[in-house]
Ligand binder design. Structure first.
Ligand code: C5P
Length: 222
């Protein structure tokens, strides 16, 4: 039975993508990382030196941009106009600018339409900020992941160290907080828990615990 959609929302670095990938794999569902789509547009805008605050320009740019998400096993690849930008969209520059583009109503409208088309097939796990509230409001399973900002910064810090990047912990924490603030305070579909979403505080949970909890919820409706 692949008829359900699982919506996973939450603040930056709450472990959404790691957990979503595990859940999708277990259920043989497709995983759709909507943050990657906003990052992809941000990368293109930065490269073209388009003003990120100019909503008319950014939405025009999006209308002429192809963004593709491809999956092989647990690897997810992101393509912009055919170019593999999987690593490029994780840069600090993209991370610290993406929320400026993502707050624009016309950009969101187009992104949400594209995401709804991707989710139509069901058998999907989709993660983001507005999946349970706007993209798939009728998702059968809705999860809102939380974790203290301290814990989220720690996880991101470890990830960076493992990749061989040196990062300043305090700065990382500030960047995460700033992104959460912009994402939560924007007018257009802000980061917020859907009323019918299950809230999971992952601060003291392992990745596998979180995945197991979500799989248990999915098991109730599958
Ligand atoms: O999930 P990730 O951290 O990669 O998302 C990057 C940014 O994209 C978020 O900080 C947010 O500004 C934006 N985003 C969004 N709505 C989504 C997914 C991501 O506004 N559904």
């Amino acid at each position: 039975n692949d008829t359900i959609a699982i919506a996973i929302d939450g603040p930056a670095a709450a472990g959404k993508s790691t957990v979503s990938k595990i859940v999708a794999n277990k259920l043989s569902f497709i995983y759709i990382d909507t943050g990657a789509m906003y990052r992809a547009l941000t990368l293109k805008a930065l490269r073209r030196q388009v003003s990120l605050e100019d909503e008319e320009m950014t939405s025009q740019l999006l209308s002429e941009t192809s963004i593709e998400l491809e999956q092989d096993h647990d690897h997810q690849h992101v393509f912009v106009d055919g170019e593999d930008v999987t690593d490029a969209i994780r840069s600090e520059n993209v991370t610290n600018n993406v929320s400026s583009i993502a707050k624009q109503a016309s950009v969101r409208q187009e992104m949400v339409e594209r995401q709804q088309e991707l989710a139509q097939k069901r058998g999907v796990v989709m993660d983001g900020r507005d999946i349970g509230t706007h993209v798939i409001p009728d998702a059968e399973v809705k999860i809102f992941l939380r974790a203290s900002v301290e814990e989220r910064a720690k996880r991101r810090y470890q990830e960076n160290i493992q990749k061989g990047f040196s990062v300043d912990f305090e700065r990382l924490k500030q960047d995460i907080e700033q992104r959460d603030t912009i994402d939560s305070k924007r007018d257009a579909s802000p980061l917020i828990k859907a009323e019918d979403a299950i809230s999971l505080d992952t601060t003291d949970l392992s990745i596998n615990d979180v995945a197991a909890a979500i799989l248990q919820e999915a098991g109730k409706v599958l």
